[in-house]
Write a protein that binds this ligand. Structure first.
Ligand SMILES: Cc1cc2nc3c(=O)[nH]c(=O)nc-3n(C[C@H](O)[C@H](O)[C@H](O)COP(=O)(O)O)c2cc1C
Length: 288
């Protein structure tokens, strides 16, 4: 799917970039990315994302620099925008499709950062020509990442390899929520799970929980208490953490594919006792 770099390398190398060089994206790179977006617009659950790659104007850059969600973005030269209709799994599909584009952009040498927020609704809605009934849940800023990072970023951003992530045992479970999954028991899927673990998530909350049950891998979302309400109030985005679940599905499926592990997504809730009311079932990967 990606060019010559393996998806695993790309996932390992990606981290959010918040400070960009002013150099515009090279026309050939822009063209490759635009073609990729055109060819990869549908999510695994069937939602088509209306995608667009747009160049940032000087005005956009200033607007972003003044923006303080929780990271400051400096000098981005492009945006990947996407709109989705209402419908089941639309946010998961959006997360999946946009993350696949993020990984492709990374493989082309571009820096990226997910941005969820009100600005996504207003400023970018106009750029994309958002239609009635469509949602624009988040945007990607992109461009060439600056070598020296902005001070703010050095606080928010940890270099790849020193990522702040929940330990494996908290995220991956063996048949039940009170039984941590060992790497040995995960077998060839250990790498797949690790690629999920190091993925991006809104505010780095990592809501993904995966329970292995025979040849099934059940994906659950553990909501961060109060987060959905806060996001609705602050950002007018209903469920940012469902985007994170789509991102997890993307890393899961692309890594499986790269390792030659076949499977399909199905929605069939298993009879596994949930640890709390915050945890809900999303989807399962049934390995062949
Ligand atoms: C759905 C979503 C929304 C995000 N929104 C923002 C944002 O508004 N501002 C920001 O600086 N980073 C944002 N991020 C980036 C996360 O903070 C980042 O992915 C996480 O801290 C992990 O760091 P890493 O991407 O460098 O691995 C968002 C990420 C996701 C997945």
């Amino acid at each position: 799917m990606l060019n010559e770099r393996s998806i695993i390398e790309v996932i390992q190398a990606r981290s959010s970039c918040r400070t960009y060089q002013h150099t515009p994206i090279a026309p050939s790179v822009r063209q490759q990315l635009a073609q990729f977006l055109e060819a990869h617009a549908v999510g695994p659950m069937g939602t088509r994302v209306r995608l667009s790659l747009v160049a940032a104007s000087e005005e956009d850059r200033q607007a972003l620099e003044g923006l303080s969600t929780y990271g400051f973005i400096k000098g981005a030269t492009g945006f990947i925008l996407g709109a989705i209709p209402q419908g089941d799994f639309n946010l998961e599909d959006f997360g999946y499709v946009i993350e696949r584009a993020v990984l492709y952009a990374s493989s082309l040498g571009l820096g990226t950062c997910w941005l969820g927020g009100t600005f996504a609704k207003s400023r970018f809605a106009a750029k994309l020509g958002l239609r009635k009934g469509e949602l624009l849940p988040a945007v990607i800023v992109t461009g060439y990442c600056a070598a020296t990072r902005h001070v703010v970023e050095s606080i928010i951003h940890r270099p790849a390899g020193a990522r702040q992530r929940l330990p494996w045992e908290r995220l991956f479970l063996d048949g039940a929520f009170d039984a941590p999954l060992s790497r040995e028991a995960a077998g060839p899927y250990a790498t797949v799970l690790e690629m999920v673990r190091i993925g991006p998530s809104a505010s780095n909350k990592q809501p993904w929980r995966i329970v292995k049950d025979g040849n099934a891998w059940h994906l659950f979302m553990r909501r961060t208490p109060g987060y959905a309400k806060r996001n609705r109030t602050l950002f007018n985005v209903d469920d940012m953490q469902r985007l994170d679940m789509g991102i997890a599905m993307c890393h899961f499926a692309l890594t499986s594919e790269a390792l030659g592990l076949c499977g399909t997504w199905v929605v069939r809730e298993p009879a596994i006792e949930r640890p709390d009311a915050l945890t809900g079932y999303i989807v399962s990967w049934i390995a062949e």
